[in-house]
Design a protein. Structure first.
Length: 380
């Protein structure tokens, strides 16, 4: 059956895009045949960075997006793509695409099932603008036949915000270990490119640069660390870059905070591989792909205790969790691991084993196929 996979071009690097690429690479196309549809605002970079040869061969379509007030053309374009490809379903992966499907009338308007995959709502941890967008998104996904999420925590989190009886399906997040392997092979070059001083102990994270991800918390924690040579490497792309650069340039930072700026996904992951310790300071999460990628790279991990991260880190065996938004607790955990190389090595090995055994892309692909067969009735 053909399914339209919808993704907007918010950012050139984002977890939802990387997860979608992983999913697409492992689908059995005799069961689910994807059609990639980018809902595109001109002048913004593409977030559909499907670079694998197997994905460039898939059908690609574009819908021009000029805002909700001018959405009639986009709605007509979506309806035309449903007819053109004989699609059995529409699978949306972000807020803009959810809004388009809602404006199109969901199943009633499109004539086929509509699934909204919620990759995470920041809630009260987001700024006012993001909270407003998420309020609109909650209204939009009410038009979906089902809402899919990536963690058990997200099931209960999303359940609180949707009408009673709305089907929510948990398809636990997965990663492609081949990407981690490729990144690991580039770690030495990436380390040199970071420009860190000799002997630096690099502590970093990668995520979209907005308040809820906690990059500023990590920066403050590193400045509180007692570990000699501790440097924060802040990786990502987004609206908080200027604020983080101001922190990095402040006299108190003493050159120990590094904001790397926009990178291609593979370059960013190579920088993650080059870290000595991964510290994920997010204030609110589901099950972030970023943490799973760090696990697959065998990095020792400290993370805020949000979403399903503690379970992924095997409650201390594969990483350490601390209260969210607490730079002092984060600094203490970093110092403790930095002072214990054997513990770091043990945690890294456990993290890699968990990532590769539990969060396999083949498992996620089979779950997606079964869910679409059940929802779309096996239509071809």
């Amino acid at each position: 059956m053909k399914i339209l996979f919808l993704k907007a071009n918010y950012f050139p690097v984002c977890g939802a895009g990387r997860l979608l690429e992983t999913m697409l690479l492992h689908l059995d196309r005799t069961v689910v045949e994807p059609v990639l549809v980018e809902v595109r605002t001109e002048g913004q970079p593409s977030s559909s960075h499907f670079v694998a040869e197997a994905l460039t061969q898939l059908p690609h379509e574009t819908i021009s997006w000029r805002g909700a007030r001018n959405a009639r053309a986009a709605v007509r374009a979506l309806s035309s793509l449903v007819e053109k490809h004989g699609a059995a379903g529409v699978y949306s992966h972000d807020m803009r695409c959810d809004l388009l499907c809602r404006l199109a009338g969901g199943r009633r308007g499109l004539g086929i099932p509509f699934v909204a995959h919620v990759h995470g709502w920041a809630g009260s941890a987001g700024d006012l603008r993001l909270r407003l967008y998420e309020l609109i998104d909650r209204l939009c996904v009410r038009a979906a036949d089902e809402v899919w999420v990536g963690s058990l925590h997200a099931v209960s989190d999303v359940r609180k915000l949707l009408q009673k009886g709305k089907p929510i399906r948990c398809l636990e997040t997965a990663l492609d270990p081949r990407l981690a392997l490729a990144a690991a092979q580039q770690r030495h070059e990436a380390r040199a490119a970071l420009g860190l001083p000799a002997g630096a102990f690099a502590i970093g994270m990668h995520a979209r640069l907005h308040h809820a991800k906690g990059h500023a918390v990590l920066a403050e924690a590193v400045l509180r660390c007692a570990t000699a040579g501790a440097h924060a490497v802040l990786l990502g792309y987004g609206e908080e870059e200027a604020k983080l650069r101001a922190i990095a340039a402040s006299p108190g930072a003493a050159g120990r905070i590094h904001v790397i700026g926009p990178q291609r996904p593979e370059a960013m992951l190579a920088c993650v591989a080059a870290l000595d310790l991964y510290a994920y300071a997010s204030l609110r999460e589901s099950l972030p792909l970023a943490v799973l990628e760090a696990m697959a790279l065998g990095l020792p991990i400290v993370s805020s205790d949000v979403g399903d991260i503690a379970a992924a880190l095997d409650h201390g065996e594969a990483g350490v969790v601390v209260p969210p938004g607490d730079p002092s607790a984060l600094a203490s955990a970093i110092d403790a691991l930095a002072a214990d190389p054997s513990r770091r090595a043990r945690i890294g090995r456990n993290a890699e084993r968990n990532a590769l055994s539990r969060y396999s892309p083949q498992r996620l692909a089979r779950e997606v196929e079964a869910a679409w067969v059940a929802l779309a009735g096996g239509a071809r």
